[in-house]
Write a protein that binds this ligand. Structure first.
Ligand SMILES: [Zn+2]
Length: 192
């Protein structure tokens, strides 16, 4: 699928809405993005992950992703590559491997995420992979909402690149126009 088709698909499935939104972070934005609304359709998730996986031709031993948002993507990409899928999760504010997941020294690791916002989670995971003595082969995501600004010092692939503007309430141009604000986010602070 071309980027334009993916964009249209996100709109059709209401994973991407335009208007005036209050985000979980407290910021206002003309764009609401919820990748889970796309990934709830396994056939679409499969297609997107095949496309993402095709970008990484080098030998990969394991795919790692950040919980919770990255788990589905990591699993589907690993299925295409026929390798292990593991995920890292926050333990006392630090990304860690739990549940018996292991990275062996010298393994080739691909890090994937559903949405890159600041890239913070993927950066932490890449650091974790390096600390285990593994080779980081690339970073992939379905959406990069940083407009392509976030980089990881490794090959990076995003299927859909967006520049999502956010504003403090006080300087929000949509508020100034008197457009009512919608809150769609979950109450949980770590949710995207
Ligand atoms: Zn506003």
């Amino acid at each position: 699928m071309e980027e334009k088709q993916i964009y249209t698909l996100f709109k059709q499935k209401e994973a991407l809405l335009e208007g005036h939104f209050l985000l979980t972070s407290g910021l206002h934005s003309p764009t609401y993005l919820q990748c889970a609304k796309i990934l709830q359709y396994p056939d679409i998730a499969e297609k997107l992950c095949i496309q993402l996986a095709e970008n990484f031709k080098e030998k990969i031993d394991v795919v790692i992703s950040p919980a919770i948002g990255g788990i589905v993507i990591g699993y589907e990409v690993a299925r295409v590559l026929k390798v292990r899928a593991i995920f890292a999760e926050r333990v006392e504010d630090k990304m860690a491997l739990r549940r018996g997941f292991e990275l062996k020294e010298g393994e080739n690791v691909l890090a994937v995420e559903d949405v890159i916002t600041t890239g913070g989670s993927l950066k932490e995971i890449i650091q974790l992979v390096k600390e285990k003595g593994c080779n980081i082969m690339g970073a992939g995501s379905i959406v990069d909402r940083s407009g392509g600004k976030v980089q990881f010092g490794v090959k990076k692939v995003a299927l859909l690149t967006l520049e999502v503007k956010t504003y403090q309430k006080e300087s929000c141009p949509l508020c100034k126009q008197g457009i009512p604000v919608t809150y769609l986010g979950s109450r949980h602070k770590s949710a995207k």
